[in-house]
Unconditional design. Structure first.
Length: 336
């Protein structure tokens, strides 16, 4: 009995074959991963468990390179934010020096991204003033380029960079080669105040480029900002020099003591290219007054009167400019 029952069960198992599927199989998902394999060991190459992070110096240099060369606006902004945080640390961490930072990042003054320009200004404000002063001439080249840019937003943001430079190195800004007349030329291009057109009588021939290229409301606000920046620049240029205390040894020091400045004879331009009137240095207040009176006094006066007629923010900015001119040119201004 037992053997016959066992044979019947084996016959039933032979007939219970798996059912065949008809048609195509269901396609697998694009992110399908075969996990049917089994492995006793998992080997991961080139991995290290260490408590030390990346080298801070290399990380600083990497972010400086990203900020100056990346095509992504977000990457440039984030890299500038990292550099700003390192410069804000106590003590500040700057392994490459202020000169290298300015050389790499000054071209971003005319960057197309507004967040990048804002973050760049925050970074500049963290730089030591004493280390910025020797590089004022280089900074002014990029500032003047930004002041005459086609984009109104870039022009206005560049004025913020100029304000920062006047705060940390005002005397060097107005006295370096090209710092006085070339910067005044940039202001004239921004405002549409031309010395040639200022010689004409009446309102014919006058131009106001800043309002012609913008809307009425935005153009008025931009013009008021530009006039205020011009007033600050002139105020620094016309600021009286602080008298030095009497020193009986000054005569002999001037004869025999070695200069301490980086380029004490720059005003002689012994080894540089020949400079024209606009590229000259105007190291003292009197020379700047004479140059302004000769080249720009008429244009600024006429433009200022036209701005006062507009009223509003532009008129108030023009009135502030008028006060600066009266205080700066009221005395010690010799007109040839």
């Amino acid at each position: 009995m037992g053997s016959s029952t066992k044979k019947k069960k084996e016959k039933k198992k032979d007939f219970q074959k798996p059912k065949l599927k008809v048609g195509k199989a269901k396609p697998k998902a694009s992110n399908f991963t075969d996990t049917s394999f089994r492995s006793k060991t998992i080997v991961v190459h080139q991995q290290s468990i260490s408590a030390d992070g990346p080298d801070p110096v290399e990380q600083f240099k990497h972010n400086l390179s990203v900020a100056s060369t990346s095509r992504s606006d977000t990457h440039r902004r984030d890299a500038l934010a990292y550099l700003t945080s390192r410069l804000s640390a106590k003590p500040p961490f700057n392994p490459v020096g202020t000169s290298t930072i300015l050389t790499k990042l000054l071209p971003l003054v005319s960057d197309s991204s507004s967040p990048v320009r804002s973050q760049l200004l925050e970074l500049f404000r963290k730089l030591p003033a004493a280390e910025v002063r020797p590089h004022v001439e280089k900074a002014l080249m990029y500032i003047r380029a930004g002041m005459t840019h086609l984009s109104s937003d870039i022009r206005n943001d560049t004025l913020n960079v100029l304000d920062w430079l006047l705060d940390v190195a005002g005397d060097e800004t107005v006295s370096c080669p090209g710092g006085w007349l070339k910067t005044l030329n940039s202001f004239g291009a921004m405002l549409g105040w031309s010395p040639a057109l200022a010689q004409t009588t009446g309102s014919k021939g006058w131009t106001s480029a800043s309002k012609a290229t913008l809307g009425a409301t935005k153009g008025g606000q931009a013009q008021a900002r530009q006039v205020r920046a011009l007033a600050k620049f002139l105020e620094v240029g016309f600021r009286p020099e602080q008298p030095k205390p009497h020193d009986p040894q000054a005569y002999w020091d001037n004869l025999y003591r070695l200069p301490r400045g980086s380029n004490p004879f720059a005003y002689l331009n012994l080894f540089g290219l020949a400079r024209d009137e606009e590229g000259e240095m105007y190291p003292d207040r009197e020379s700047r007054q004479l140059a302004f009176q000769k080249r720009w006094a008429g244009a600024v006066a006429k433009g200022m009167e036209e701005a006062k007629k507009d009223g509003g923010a532009v008129g108030r900015a023009a009135s502030a400019l008028d006060q600066v001119l009266k205080a700066g040119m009221s005395y010690d201004a010799k007109v040839s």
